[in-house]
Design a protein. Structure first.
Length: 458
């Protein structure tokens, strides 16, 4: 009798979990059947691909950061905007923050920030204080909010995400792929009458993206190859080069030319490549159907008579910003005050010079803060480039070149929030420097009787 009871209990004990599993499996099957019957196969595939993409971006937030920098040049296209019912900038920002949290959970230590970055806190404090006298409080509050969130993310995130050389390389690889797709898209507009644009119809943005992509290929991909192998890379360079010329972006052209000339002092073998690319470029240009408007706009670098109206208006913006700075040198006219002190708030958006913008809105002390931040990044770049024994010298070279691009961009286009890559490139130079120091490691502690091998690099 006891044996029978034990067998019965044993049977019922196993019956409970198997019944539960059966009910759970039936529920999941029924739910999936209902989900599959509600949505089309295309939507199901899109959902799976979307979920997989989000998972990849969470585990590799450096790829999300690469996409975040250029998402403004993509989301203006209706096909891209329709992917998610929310703002793609905010969605990527949320993924980056979650990725940072995941990195912390995985105990990945962050890269230390330089002391000069504490000046950002002072700059934000000046922005907040200027809300007391800015002409339109709501507009000023929005600009401060964007700097603290959307722009501030690219300033801080690299120190939490790009914590290893591999992560930094993945960031550059992801950025290169996205930039190449943007440049390739712009070439579909060859043969038209207007300058080439990004999917968001941005000519200047295309120039910045193309310039950065060229420098990534030039500094990372080219140096390790022989001349004949470098020739095989020329077609890859041709895509962003055509996009840059087609955009007519003068600032990007100046930054690229300066960086390429500087690279000749670092890599003497590039002289032959530059000569070959110049000859091939001039021979191919008549057959590329690049819009005449692009050449006219680039021509303003040598001939100011071209596109007079645009240049006169740009000069008017700069002149008005300088006038405001002279009238309010200490505290400025308040954040976003340039626009609402101007004769036409819809037309006068910003001075197209970050230093002048900050000066006329926040005063000379704020300009000095920004100059110190930029100056510390420039000093760090030269310090890294002088360390020719660094295991990450290539990363130092490319981040220094991108910093040059950011400086040129800050002088001739955009406002403090519209050109996020400028602030990102400042952070990247310090990230590369921290990785260089981490690779060198702390000085070795010698035990008695143990000889030093003279190399303590990791």
């Amino acid at each position: 009798m006891g044996s029978y009871s034990n067998a019965t209990v044993f049977h019922k004990f196993h019956q409970v979990p198997f019944s539960g599993l059966a009910i759970l499996a039936a529920s999941l099957a029924g739910g999936w059947a209902l989900f599959a019957s509600t949505f089309s196969p295309q939507m199901l595939i899109a959902f799976v691909l979307g979920a997989a993409s989000v998972a990849v971006l969470l585990f590799y937030p450096e790829l999300a950061l690469a996409l975040y920098v250029v998402i403004g040049d993509l989301k203006g296209d209706e096909r891209v905007a329709s992917i998610l019912p929310v703002d793609l900038t905010l969605a990527l920002g949320a993924i980056i923050l979650l990725g940072i949290g995941l990195n912390s959970f995985r105990r990945k230590r962050m890269v230390p920030m330089p002391a000069s970055f504490f000046l950002y806190i002072v700059l934000v404090a000046l922005m907040v204080a200027s809300l007391a006298y800015t002409p339109v409080f709501d507009a000023g509050l929005e600009k401060v909010g964007r700097f603290l969130t959307v722009t501030g993310l690219v300033i801080v995130a690299p120190f939490f995400i790009l914590t290893t050389p591999q992560a930094l390389k993945r960031f550059f690889a992801g950025f290169a792929v996205i930039a190449f797709l943007i440049c390739g898209y712009s070439l579909t507009q060859l043969g038209g009458s207007e300058r080439l644009v990004t999917p968001s119809s941005n000519t200047i943005g295309l120039g910045h993206v193309a310039c950065s992509l060229i420098l990534l290929i030039w500094f990372i991909g080219m140096p390790r190859l022989s001349f004949f192998k470098r020739v095989l890379v020329y077609p890859l360079l041709a895509v962003p080069l055509m996009a840059l010329i087609g955009s007519g972006s003068r600032g990007a052209a100046i930054a690229l030319g300066t960086a390429i000339l500087m690279s000749l002092f670092l890599y003497r073998q590039f002289v032959a490549d530059l000569l070959a690319l110049t000859v091939l470029g001039f021979a191919a240009i008549p057959f590329l159907n690049i819009p005449e408007a692009s050449f006219e706009y680039l021509g303003t670098l040598a001939n100011s008579r071209s596109v007079d109206n645009l240049l006169n208006f740009r000069a008017e913006l700069l002149g008005y910003g300088w006038q405001l700075l002279q009238q309010h040198p200490l505290i400025g006219v308040g954040i976003q005050g340039f626009r609402y002190h101007s004769p036409n708030a819809k037309l006068y958006n910003w001075p197209h010079n970050i230093f002048l913008e900050i000066g006329c809105e926040l005063g000379i002390p704020a300009v000095l803060i920004v100059c110190i931040i930029f100056g510390s990044a420039i000093r760090e770049a030269f310090r890294q480039m002088r360390d020719v024994s660094s295991p990450y010298l290539t990363l130092s070279y490319v981040t220094a070149a991108l910093l040059l691009v950011g400086i040129v961009n800050s002088l001739n286009t955009g406002d403090i929030n519209s050109d996020r890559s400028t602030w990102l490139f400042i952070s990247l130079i310090f990230v590369a420097g921290s990785l260089r120091l981490r690779a060198s490691g702390p000085p070795a502690t010698l035990s008695p009787g143990v000889a030093h091998n003279g190399d303590c690099r990791a």
